[in-house]
Design a protein around this ligand. Structure first.
Ligand code: BGC
Length: 879
C-alpha cells in the first residue's frame, strides 16, 4: 500500500502562525523494496474539502520530498489553508492524496488596531489579574480569528470557555525585543448578541523573579494583555475588535504565582461569571493602554506547551520526620492536580521535591531559593479540584504540609508539562539498566523542553543555557521532533547575540552578572562550548532534517560567532584568554572547584575548530564559495596551532586528562600517527581511575565515541556499563528516574553534592544517548545526504548485550533496526523508508542467509558492506 504521510510545513503539522516562505515535506510508506519518489503533486486549498483548489503544482518530476516551496503562489497573511500531496513512485504506482496539513498564516508586521492594556503598576506584585470586556455582535461571523498575547503569562477565554489548551503562553522570548502572539480560529466560540472576552494574566518570566540572581521585573513591571479579533462576515465585511482603554481589570483568586515559587490561590475570591457576558464589572478598574508595545509582536514560532501526560500517585509515605509525602514514581516537570473536600477557609499546602534524603526525609535544599509551594484556600462544600496556572514544578515527591481530610492517592495526579514534540525515536536492549538510562534520558528531555531548552526545571534557575543545549541536541534530535522548538530558540539566540558576535551564555539572556567562578571573574557572554550552540544547533537540525533553510537563516549568526572567537584568539588561532566554563563540573577538578582539569584553552580552541568547520561546510552548502574556502583553510590552521600548543612530541595531549584526549580524537584535531598514542592515553587514564570516567560537560558526550571510533569498542562498553560511582549506571542503580547534574549528586554514602548546584533533572550527561543510537544500534546520518536520505547502518555489537533495537521517524519516514546475537550468530533486521537508501556495514566473518539477494554485499577482512534501497530486510550472519 503506497501512501503519503506526515505532510508538514516547516516541519510542523498543523502549522499555526506561519510567516514567510513555507517549506513542505512529507514521508512515503510503501510495502515494496527500492522505492523512490518519481514525481509529486501538491495542492493548496482555502477550505478543508478542497472544493476549490487555490494552487496546484501539477505532477512535478522530482525525487525531492523535503524543503519543497510552492512557486507562483503566495500565502496571504492572516488566512487558513490546507495542503495535500500525492506521489508517483519508481515502481509505477500512484498514491492517493495525503491527509491535509492545516495552516494558519500570521502577520509579518501589521498595524494592529488593538493595544496592549496594562493593569496597575505595583512593582512587587506576584498576583495574577482578571481582565474583561463585553462585546456585542449584531450577526454571527463566518470566520473569526483571534491574535492574543501578554506581557506576562495568560489564559484567554470567551464566554466562560478557555480557548485552547496551550500553557505558558505567549512563550518566553526576549520581551524587550519581541513578544510572541498566538493565532486561533475562534469562530465556534462567538454568538450573536453579547459576548465576553476575558483574560487571566500572571507575571511569569516577564515580571516575576527570574535567573539565579533572582531579579524581578526583568522585562518590565506591568503585566498586560493583548487581543485582536478579526471578524469576517458572509457579505465580505470585515470587523475588528480588541483590547483598548475600555477594558476593565480586577484582582483574581491567584494571590501569588511565580515560575520558581509556586502559586497561592484563594477559591473564595473567585468572581463567578467574570468571563461571561453581562457580568457587572462597575467596581473593576480601568486598564491603561501601552502605545507602541504591539510593534514588538511576532507570531509564536515554537512548539506549543501543554499537559502531555498524567501520572498517578504510587505511594503515600510517612517520613521519619513525620511528613506526609506522596511519590509519583518519576521525577518530572509539571504540576499536581488535586482534589480536596473541606470547610470554607481550610487550606492545602503542598511542597515539591525531586528526592528524599539519606534518611528518607523530604529534601528541598537543592531548590535553593525556589519554593515550589502551592497554597490553596477552600471555598467549602462539594469536592474542589485545583492545579496551578502560571508556575511549574520539578518534582517526583510532594509533601502535604496541610491537607484537610484523609489522604487518598487517587486525589493526586501529576500532570507532565512540556513542549508538545512527537517522540520520534527510541532505543532498547537486553540490558535492563541501559534501558533505564534511556528512560532517564527521555524524561530529562521532557523535563527540560518547556518552550526553551533549560538546564533544570526545579531550582531558581531553569534557564536556556547554551552549552547544555548544544551538548544534548544530537540526542534530542534523534528522540524528538525538535525543529520548531530549536528554530524558535535560535531566533532568540540571534536577538541576544552581541554586535561583536559573542553569544550569551543563556538564551533568553537574563543574567546580568555571572559572578566569580573559582576566583575568576565570569562573563555572561562568549564561553566556548556554550556559545558554539550558535553553530552546532543549526547544523544538527540541518543534518537531522535535511533542510538547509535553517543554515540560511542562521548563517550570519554562525559567522558572527566564529569571527568573535577569531578576534579573541591569539594570532587568530589559539583561544585561551577570555572566560569560559571549560569542562564544567568534571571530576578531575580540584576539590571545591567547578572547572575541570582540562586547560580551558584546549577546550576553547577545540571548539573553535569545530565551529569553524561547521561554518565552512554550511558556506559550501549555501553556495558561498569564498567563505567556504576561507573557513576551511582557517580550520586547518587552527588545528595545526592546536597541535603545536596542546599536543606533545609523543603525539598525545600534554594535559593528562580524559577530556583532552576525547576532544582531540572526536573533533579530528590530530595527525594520523597521533591518534593511537592519544587513545592509548585515554585508555590509560580510564584505567588509572579504576575504569571510570572523570569527564565533565564537555568530555562526557563523546567519551564512548572517542574509544569506539579508535578501536576500543569493548572499553567504550565497559565505561558505559559500569555500575559503581562515577558512571551513568551508578545513578540508575541509585534509583534515578532522570539524569543528574553531577556524577555524585547522591554519593555512595548517601550524602548529597553541595545543595548550591545539585539538580536531579539535567540532560547534559544524557548526551551519551547519541552513542546508544549511532553505535550500539548503529543508525547514523550520512552528512552528504542529510535528513537520513541515506542512513549509515553500522551496529557495534558488544558489552555482553544479546539484543538491541532502535527506531527513528526521519522526515522521510520510519527507520527501524534490531540485532540479536546467540552464539556468534546475529539475526539482523532493518527497515528503511521509501525515497531513502542505506549504507550497511556489518562486522562479521560469514553471511548465513537473508530474505534478499546477499550478492549485493562486498566484504573486507572483518565486515560486509552493501548499498540497499528502501524496504524491510532480514539477515543472519556470524560475528
Ligand atoms: C547550569 C549548567 C550551566 C552552567 C554553566 C549551571 O548553573 O545548571 O547546566 O551550563 O551553570 O555555568
Amino acid at each position: 500500500m503506497l501512501a503519503v504521510q506526515r505532510v508538514q510545513g516547516n516541519f510542523q503539522s498543523p502549522l499555526i502562525g506561519a510567516i514567510g516562505p513555507i517549506h513542505f515535506s512529507w514521508a512515503i510508506t510503501s510495502d515494496g523494496r527500492d522505492v523512490y519518489q518519481q514525481s509529486y503533486q501538491l495542492q493548496v486549498a482555502e477550505y478543508e474539502d478542497f472544493s476549490t483548489v487555490a494552487y496546484d503544482s501539477g505532477m512535478v518530476s522530482s525525487e525531492q520530498s523535503i524543503g519543497i516551496h510552492v512557486h507562483g503562489f503566495t500565502f496571504q497573511e492572516g488566512r487558513q489553508y490546507w495542503v495535500r500531496v500525492k506521489v508517483v513512485t519508481t515502481d509505477g504506482r500512484c498514491s492517493p492524496f495525503s491527509e491535509p496539513l492545516h495552516i494558519i498564516t500570521a502577520f509579518t508586521s501589521r498595524n494592529w488596531t488593538a493595544q496592549f492594556v496594562a493593569v496597575d503598576s505595583k512593582k512587587e506584585t506576584s498576583e495574577a489579574r482578571y481582565l474583561r470586556k463585553d462585546v456585542h455582535l449584531s450577526r454571527v461571523p463566518i470566520r473569526a480569528m483571534a491574535y492574543t498575547s501578554a506581557l506576562g503569562l495568560y489564559e484567554f477565554s470567551i464566554n466562560g470557555e478557555v480557548i485552547g489548551d496551550d500553557l505558558f503562553t505567549p512563550g518566553w522570548s526576549d520581551y524587550k525585543k519581541r513578544v510572541l502572539y498566538q493565532s486561533r480560529d475562534i469562530t465556534a466560540y462567538l454568538q450573536k448578541g453579547s459576548n465576553c472576552l476575558g483574560a487571566l494574566v500572571g507575571v511569569g518570566w516577564y515580571a516575576g523573579e527570574i535567573g539565579f540572581e533572582c531579579n524581578r521585573n526583568f522585562y518590565g513591571d506591568r503585566t498586560a494583555f493583548f487581543c485582536q479579533i478579526d471578524l469576517e462576515y458572509a457579505d465580505g465585511t470585515i470587523e475588528q475588535l480588541g483590547t483598548d482603554g475600555t477594558w476593565r481589570w480586577a484582582e483574581s483568586p491567584i494571590l501569588f504565582s511565580e515560575i520558581y515559587d509556586g502559586e497561592t490561590y484563594d477559591a473564595n475570591r473567585e468572581a463567578t461569571g467574570w468571563n461571561q457576558p453581562g457580568y457587572r464589572d462597575d467596581s473593576w478598574k480601568s486598564v491603561q493602554e501601552l502605545p507602541g508595545m504591539s510593534d514588538r509582536l511576532e507570531p509564536y514560532d515554537g512548539m506549543t506547551v501543554g499537559v502531555v501526560q498524567e501520572l498517578a500517585a504510587v505511594q503515600h509515605i510517612v517520613t521519619p520526620h513525620g511528613e506526609h509525602v506522596i511519590d509519583f514514581g518519576q521525577n518530572l516537570t509539571g504540576w499536581v492536580k488535586f482534589k480536596v473536600q473541606g470547610m470554607k477557609g481550610e487550606e492545602v499546602v503542598i511542597r515539591h521535591a525531586e528526592v528524599l534524603d539519606a534518611d528518607g526525609n523530604f529534601y528541598t535544599e537543592n531548590l535553593r531559593s525556589a519554593k515550589q509551594t502551592i497554597r490553596y484556600t477552600l471555598k467549602g462544600g462539594p469536592q474542589e479540584t485545583f492545579h496551578p496556572h502560571f508556575s511549574f514544578q520539578g518534582f517526583r515527591y510532594i509533601c502535604l504540609d496541610v491537607y484537610p481530610g484523609t489522604i487518598e492517592l487517587e486525589n493526586f495526579t501529576a500532570q507532565v508539562i512540556h513542549s508538545r514534540f512527537d517522540e520520534i525515536g527510541g532505543f532498547s536492549s537486553s540490558n535492563a539498566l541501559l534501558n533505564r538510562l534511556q528512560h532517564n534520558i527521555i524524561w530529562s528531555l521532557k523535563g527540560n523542553f518547556l518552550d526553551i531548552p533549560t538546564d533544570c526545571p526545579q531550582r531558581d534557575e531553569r534557564l536556556g543555557w547554551t552549552g547544555d543545549a548544544q551538548m544534548f541536541v544530537p540526542t534530542a534530535a534523534f528522540l524528538a521532533d525538535t525543529w520548531a522548538f530549536f528554530s524558535k530558540w535560535l531566533r532568540d539566540l540571534v536577538l541576544e547575540q552581541r554586535s561583536d558576535g559573542a553569544v550569551s551564555n543563556v538564551v533568553p539572556n537574563v543574567i546580568m552578572d555571572q559572578g566569580m567562578i573559582d576566583g575568576v571573574v565570569g562573563d555572561t557572554f562568549g564561553s566556548s562550548a556554550w556559545g558554539d550552540a550558535a553553530t552546532i544547533v543549526p547544523w544538527t537540525m540541518y543534518l537531522a532534517y535535511g533542510d538547509s533553510a535553517i543554515l540560511e537563516r542562521q548563517y550570519e549568526s554562525m559567522k558572527g560567532w566564529v569571527e568573535f572567537i577569531r578576534g579573541n584568539a591569539t594570532d587568530g588561532l589559539i583561544w585561551e584568554k577570555s572566560f569560559s566554563f571549560g569542562d564544567w563540573v568534571a571530576l578531575d577538578a580540584q576539590e571545591g572547584s567547578y572547572l575541570g582539569a582540562t586547560p580551558v584553552g584546549l577546550v576553547s580552541t577545540a571548539y573553535y575548530v569545530r565551529s569553524t568547520q561547521i561554518l565552512a561546510q554550511s558556506a559550501k552548502i549555501l553556495g558561498k564559495t569564498a567563505d567556504a574556502n576561507l573557513y576551511a583553510d582557517l580550520a586547518e590552521k587552527i588545528k595545526e596551532a592546536f597541535r603545536s600548543r596542546f599536543i606533545g612530541s609523543e603525539g598525545k595531549p600534554k594535559a593528562r586528562t580524559q577530556t583532552a584526549c576525547v576532544l582531540s580524537l572526536v573533533f579530528n584535531l590530530l595527525l594520523e600517527w597521533q591518534k593511537e598514542p592519544t587513545v592509548e592515553l585515554l585508555s590509560t587514564l580510564i584505567k588509572e581511575n579504576d575504569g571510570h570516567l572523570t569527564t565533565g560537560f564537555v568530555g562526557t558526550p563523546f567519551i564512548c565515541q572517542a574509544l569506539s571510533e579508535h578501536g576500543r569498542l569493548s572499553e567504550a562498553y565497559d565505561l558505559l556499563l559500569k555500575q559503581d560511582y562515577p558512571s551513568w549506571l551508578y545513578q540508575v542503580e541509585r534509583g534515578a528516574t532522570t539524569i543528574w547534574e553531577h556524577w555524585d549528586g547522591i554519593k555512595p554514602d548517601g550524602s548529597m553534592w553541595s545543595p548550591d548546584m545539585n539538580s536531579f533533572n539535567h540532560y547534559a550527561y544524557g548526551a551519551v544517548g547519541s552513542w546508544l543510537y549511532t553505535s550500539i544500534a548503529g543508525l547514523r546520518i550520512d552528512e552528504e545526504y542529510p535528513g537520513y536520505k541515506k542512513v549509515i547502518v553500522a551496529p557495534h555489537i558488544g558489552g555482553g548485550l544479546t539484543t538491541a533495537e532502535a527506531f527513528h521517524h526521519s522526515p522521510y519516514g520510519k527507520i527501524a533496526t534490531s540485532w540479536k546475537i546467540i552464539d556468534r550468530v546475529v539475526e539482523f533486521y532493518l527497515s528503511i523508508p521509501p525515497n531513502t537508501s542505506a549504507h550497511l556495514v556489518l562486522e562479521g566473518s560469514d553471511l548465513l542467509d537473508g530474505d534478499f539477494d546477499l550478492s549485493v554485499f562486498t566484504r573486507t577482512d572483518s565486515a560486509f558492506m552493501a548499498e540497499i534501497g528502501s524496504g524491510e530486510y532480514h539477515l543472519r550472519y556470524i560475528r
